[in-house]
Design a protein around this ligand. Structure first.
Ligand SMILES: Cc1cc2nc3c(=O)[nH]c(=O)nc-3n(C[C@H](O)[C@H](O)[C@H](O)COP(=O)(O)O)c2cc1C
Length: 248
């Protein structure tokens, strides 16, 4: 610790790898759920835990749409191509990435600063840098300018390379949102319930049913409930770790 400076410290609880492993290993994509209702408190807790996922610049570029209305549910199930994972689910949650909330959320970070004094670097980041750094601007012009500018400066030194274009902003938002989706699914498992993430859906219909604005990307629709005895279709398949893990 540098002298004279009091740095923030928070207590770190003991954790249990065996319990964590149990949750991770027993999470399977469950395609059939029983008719047992999913307790509302469990659903709300899992949504709260989803929102604790790490996310880019703490801009929390996500939204969670819990399907409640019977007519909307019927439409969503159809839009999910009537997959069992959707039709038998006790809860359906659309996990949506947002490229249209980052600007407002830079301000929320300033408003919600949790300590008496906001370090200048944080204030500068959210008041100026983040507002410049994110977003493609009108007709993508801001993004184009940043891309060109940083491509030139980047010849000489390391520079941020995005997200500047619309496509980069969508990837940016989906990355953080996928982490929230995983938190949600692991939380369900830890509560003893199960999930199935789905991207097998008609996004045009889902967007219409959920009345989503432009800048919203339906990352996954997650079905949740109590696992039916035949809810998992086969043992898990993972390829050799050598195929994926590389020392560099
Ligand atoms: C982004 C994403 C989309 C998926 N879409 C579907 C889907 O539409 N329908 C389905 O039955 N499973 C879907 N799955 C589940 C995968 O098939 C499953 O995760 C994979 O086969 C590994 O099995 P496991 O989850 O049981 O480990 C999806 C998973 C992810 C992460």
């Amino acid at each position: 610790m540098s002298e004279g400076k009091v740095r923030y410290q928070e207590p770190v609880p003991e954790t249990d790898i065996a319990e964590f492993r149990k949750v991770v290993e027993s999470r399977r994509s469950v395609r059939r759920f029983t008719s047992e209702p999913l307790p509302e408190a469990v659903l709300q807790d899992c949504l709260d835990l989803a929102m604790l996922a790490p996310n880019s610049s703490n801009l929390q570029p996500w939204s969670f749409h819990v399907v409640r209305t019977p007519a909307v549910r019927e439409g969503i199930v159809k839009a999910c191509l009537s997959q069992n994972a959707a039709s038998t689910a006790q809860a359906l949650v659309a996990v949506v990435a947002r490229t249209d909330t980052w600007h407002a959320n830079t301000d929320l970070n300033l408003e919600h600063w949790p300590l008496p004094v906001m370090p200048a670097i944080v204030e500068n980041y959210y008041r100026r840098y983040a507002k410049f750094h994110y977003g493609e601007g009108l007709f993508g012009l801001k993004g184009l300018f940043k891309k060109t500018f940083f491509s030139i400066v980047g010849l000489a030194r390391p520079v941020p390379r995005g997200p500047y274009t619309g496509a980069e902003m969508r990837t940016w938002a989906v990355k953080s949102t996928a982490l929230a989706a995983e938190n949600f699914m692991l939380a369900m498992r830890a509560h003893g319930y199960d999930t199935c993430p789905m991207e097998g859906f008609d996004e045009v219909r889902v967007r219409r049913l959920l009345k989503l604005p432009r800048g919203a990307i339906v990352t996954m629709i997650i079905g949740a409930g109590r696992r039916a005895p035949d809810g998992v279709y086969h043992p898990r398949i993972r390829f050799n770790r050598e195929r994926f893990i590389h020392d560099v």
